[in-house]
Structures are given as structure tokens and as C-alpha cells.
Design a protein around this ligand. Structure first.
Ligand code: FE
Ligand code: FE
Ligand code: ZN
Length: 277
């Protein structure tokens, strides 16, 4: 089995997200640690955090997956942007200690002209600056579509970042199906081969979570436009094979598809039905 859920808003607090997901029929969820376009994060009230942690345990949820801000660019060439990114990472990871069973995933960054080597170095430096032996959460680098100067558009780049992190046992990967497909990995024609490649380069033990999205574009398009399950170029059959693949069992699968609540409930139901067949 896999754990299935979608992105939720933290507007009404943390425990409220757990209750919402129970109502949606899922057993994991993701949320932005702050406004996805940057800005402030929701204050964590200790009782609320404890109530969510209790709810997750009682209902046997999979690990939840917090998502860092899109504006956080740890390897920006602009020093102010980069410093802001490092500060966001520091604060987010401090706050995540209230939810030790949550992963924290973020987009590695865009090197904005400095070259991919420099980007890798800066991202790893940022992680080395904030991770301590006491950090309770596993931090996940997201696989990227490779648009513009994005770092992380191939497995080798993610491996190179992890290799430079001293506490690398605290760093893993969030496998976004839309991004990986758009990056040029053929999840439709060669799923086994792509996962074998991931295992060879990074190691499947580093794959902690999946962002479960169809794509509006063909393989290798480097676009990053998510589509509803079965309505994109990956298609329903391949999405199902991904969800049921032995190498991906027991992971949280997060829908980031363009849906309203009713759409998410429907997709969660589809995935739950696959597991019952
Ligand atoms: Fe993401
Ligand atoms: Fe994603
Ligand atoms: Zn995306």
C-alpha cells in the first residue's frame, strides 16, 4: 500500500489539516510552511501541533510532507535573495521540529547563471549550515523538470548535492512524477528502468516521498505544468503502475494536481480503489 493525500492549507491550523484529510479519505498530506510565494509562516501553537501529531498516529497516517517556499532559492546569484533563502530554510527547519514525523521538501534552487556546479555547492553549503545532529526531520530535495537554470533536473545533480552534505543521512529525495517526466525520464515506457536508474545513481532508500502528478506536456519538455490524474501525457495506466510499483510502497504520495476539494477527493478515491483491486 501507499499513503495518499493532497496539499492542504494551514489557514485553520495544523490539527484542522489532519481532520480535513480524514474527511477526504486520505492518510497523508502536504502543506506549505509559509505562503508559497514567500512571506510569513503560520504560528505553531504547541497544543495544536500535539493534537495533529496525535491524530496522525491514531489514524495511522503516513509521514506528512511540508513544502518550502517557491521563493526560497538557496543558490541564487543575487546575494540578498540567497541570504533570504538560507534564512527561510533555517527558520523552516527549526519550526519543523514540532512535527518530527513530517518530511520537509523543497526545490533545490536555480543557479541563475552561475553554473550547475556552483549551484550544487551553494545548496549543499546551505544544508550544512542548518542541519545539526539533533535535526529530527528528514529533508527532501525535489526532483525538478529542469526548466531554466533549475538544479535537480537529473538524478546525478541530486546525488552530487547529497554527497556534499555532512549529515547526508538526514537528506533524501521527493520524487515528483510530473517533474521527472518533464525532465526526460520515461515513466510511461520504462518505469522499471527509471527507478533502476534512480537506484543506481541515488539509491532507492533515499526516495522518501512522491509528488503524484500527471503532466500537461510530453516527456523531456522541461516545462513543469501539472495535470489531473489521467488527463495528461503520463496517463492513467502509467499513474496506476507508479502507485502500485513495489519499489514505491509505504511512501506518502502527494497529489499536486490542479483540483478543487471535490477533485482531490475523487483522485484519492481512485488511488484507494487501485489498492483494493
Ligand atoms: Fe514542489
Ligand atoms: Fe512537486
Ligand atoms: Zn511542479
Amino acid at each position: 500500500m501507499i499513503y495518499i493525500g493532497c496539499h492542504l492549507s494551514v489557514t485553520n491550523g495544523y490539527e484542522a489539516m489532519g481532520k480535513t484529510m480524514l474527511g477526504f479519505g486520505g492518510n497523508t498530506f502536504a502543506y506549505f510552511t509559509r505562503n508559497p510565494r514567500g512571506g510569513k509562516s503560520k504560528d505553531i501553537i504547541p497544543e495544536d501541533a500535539a493534537a495533529l501529531n496525535r491524530l496522525l498516529k491514531e489514524n495511522r497516517f503516513g509521514n506528512t510532507v511540508a513544502h518550502g517556499s517557491y521563493t526560497m532559492n538557496l543558490c541564487a546569484s543575487n546575494e540578498t535573495t540567497r541570504a533570504n533563502g538560507w534564512e527561510m530554510l533555517q527558520k523552516d527547519i527549526e519550526r519543523m521540529a514540532s512535527f518530527p514525523d513530517s518530511y520537509y521538501n523543497f526545490h533545490p534552487g536555480a543557479h541563475t547563471g552561475q553554473g550547475v556546479e556552483k549551484g550544487i555547492e551553494l545548496i549543499a553549503d546551505a544544508l550544512n549550515a542548518v542541519l545539526t545532529p539533533e535535526t529530527p526531520n528528514v529533508i527532501l530535495l525535489e526532483t525538478m523538470a529542469g526548466k531554466g537554470s533549475e538544479v535537480g533536473g537529473c538524478f546525478e545533480e541530486l546525488r552530487a548535492i547529497i554527497d556534499r552534505v555532512t549529515l547526508s543521512e538526514k537528506v533524501g529525495v521527493c520524487f515528483d512524477t510530473c517533474h521527472t517526466w518533464d525532465a526526460g525520464y520515461d515513466l510511461v515506457g520504462n518505469l522499471d528502468g527509471v527507478l533502476q536508474r534512480f537506484d543506481d545513481i541515488i539509491g532507492l532508500e533515499k526516495l522518501y516521498a512522491v509528488h503524484f502528478n500527471d503532466s500537461k506536456n510530453p516527456c523531456g519538455s522541461h516545462k513543469d505544468r501539472h495535470e489531473k490524474l489521467g488527463q495528461g501525457f503520463i496517463g492513467m495506466d502509467a499513474m496506476k503502475r507508479i502507485a502500485l510499483h513495489p519499489a514505491l510502497q509505504n511512501k506518502p504520495f502527494i497529489l499536486e494536481t490542479p483540483n478543487d476539494d471535490a477533485g482531490y477527493i475523487k483522485e484519492i478515491q481512485i488511488v484507494n480503489d487501485w489498492m483494493k483491486e
